[in-house]
Design a protein around this ligand. Structure first.
Ligand code: PLP
Length: 379
């Protein structure tokens, strides 16, 4: 499809190309000095003690669950309104996801009331997801988790550059997980990052990232080690220097590009209110500073979403949905959510949600073109 306005677009230039060429010419491709720089720069941006780069955010979430001691027999509370990887990571460990509802049609993040209702004696942890880069109510979630001795993992895939009370999203819980997949605010193609302030957790994450080995190829190359022990059943979830080199350049552009996203969102708010007042725009007010990862709208109740999206397509404007809720997927049927907690707000909102184009290069004129198409597609 030849889109006039795509859903998203990357900001890649000669800087990324040069960074990749430098790595290729250095002849050291596996995890090494470039990755270490990427990690320390990312940790500084978030304000965490440790950052550990991995091959994608799904691997990051899996390692986060393992490092928090989650395993068979445990329950982990997680929103149903997130990407399936958030809940899959829980199941990889043998634990059971228990789905919580969202706050309201104005705040699509997980509800603290609903989290409280999901608590059982088996609950071990909570995974929150900062939908669209908008902060969950972290003060209340951390207070509840601390009261009950639960670990908090943040799926921060949407929220690179988001802050709450001046602290990076991802640095509030025990472990934060970021994605550098190609549609995220900063991208390496495939890639991910873990952050934590806890030294022991960081050691575990680094160990599990690389086969449970005590010394890495890089350390052996540097002459610091000649053998190793294997102390846990680990994985190969490593990133490489090519991806890290792209990540360093993208990280340098993140703050500027998130600012451009913010401008486009402000323009959307203005024009949607003026031209299509029947559309609900979530997160008009929100906590903290958002990364503005995606721009969700909710169609009026009863409006045919598929027809609306077809209308947008006929204007060559790409739209998407975030997300089909996880509890309804076939692979999740055996968990029988309906026997657990009803999710009335999620159920109501998910049929109305449409995601409009948002990326740093989206101009004011582009936003006007999109909103005019929204108005025509409403008829
Ligand atoms: C993209 C995404 C992931 C998965 O990230 P990958 O890097 O593709 O593994 C997980 N959770 C959310 C909310 C995401 O948007």
């Amino acid at each position: 499809m030849d889109w006039l306005i795509p859903l998203g677009d990357v900001d890649f230039g000669v800087e990324e190309e040069t960074a990749v060429l430098e790595v290729l010419r250095s002849r050291w491709l596996t995890m090494g000095a470039v990755t270490q720089s990427f990690e320390s720069e990312f940790a500084a941006m978030v304000g965490s003690r440790h950052a550990i780069a991995v091959n994608n955010a799904t691997a990051a979430l899996h390692l986060a669950c393992l490092a928090c001691g989650i395993g068979p027999g445990d329950e982990v509370i997680v929103p149903s309104l997130t990407f399936v990887a958030t809940a899959n990571a829980i199941r990889y460990t043998g634990a059971t996801p228990v789905f919580a509802d969202i706050v309201s049609e104005h705040d699509l993040t997980v509800s603290v009331d609903s989290i409280e209702k999901c608590l059982t004696e088996k609950t071990r942890a909570i995974i929150v997801m900062h939908y669209g880069g908008y902060a969950c109510d972290m003060q209340a979630i951390m207070a509840f988790a601390n009261q009950h001795g639960l670990a908090v993992i943040e799926d921060a895939a949407h929220s690179a550059g988001s802050t709450l009370e001046g602290r990076g999203l991802g640095s509030w819980g025990r472990v934060g997980c970021y994605s550098f997949f190609s549609n995220k605010n900063m991208t390496t193609g495939e890639g991910g990052m873990l952050v934590t302030d806890d030294d022991a957790t960081a050691d575990k994450l680094r160990n599990l990232r690389s086969h449970g080995m005590t010394a890495m190829t890089w350390e052996r190359h540097k002459g610091h080690a000649w053998s190793y022990d294997v102390t846990a059943l680990g994985y190969n979830y490593r990133i490489d220097e090519i991806h890290s080199a792209i990540g360093r350049v993208q990280l340098g552009k993140l703050s500027f590009n998130n600012g451009r996203r913010a401008q486009a969102v402000a323009r959307y708010h203005e024009l949607l209110q003026e031209l299509t007042p029947s559309v609900t725009v979530p997160f008009q007010s929100h906590r903290g500073v958002s990364s503005y990862h995606i721009f969700p709208i909710l169609l009026p109740k009863g409006k045919d979403r598929q027809a609306f999206m077809e209308g947008m397509k006929s204007h060559r404007i790409q739209t998407s949905i975030h997300y089909p809720p996880i509890h309804r997927f076939s692979a999740y049927a055996s968990l029988n959510q309906s026997a657990r907690m009803p999710l009335p707000i999620t159920e109501e909102v998910v049929g109305r949600e449409v995601t409009l184009p948002l990326y740093p290069g989206l101009s004011d004129d582009d936003v006007l073109t999109v909103v005019q198409a929204v108005r025509e597609s409403m008829n």
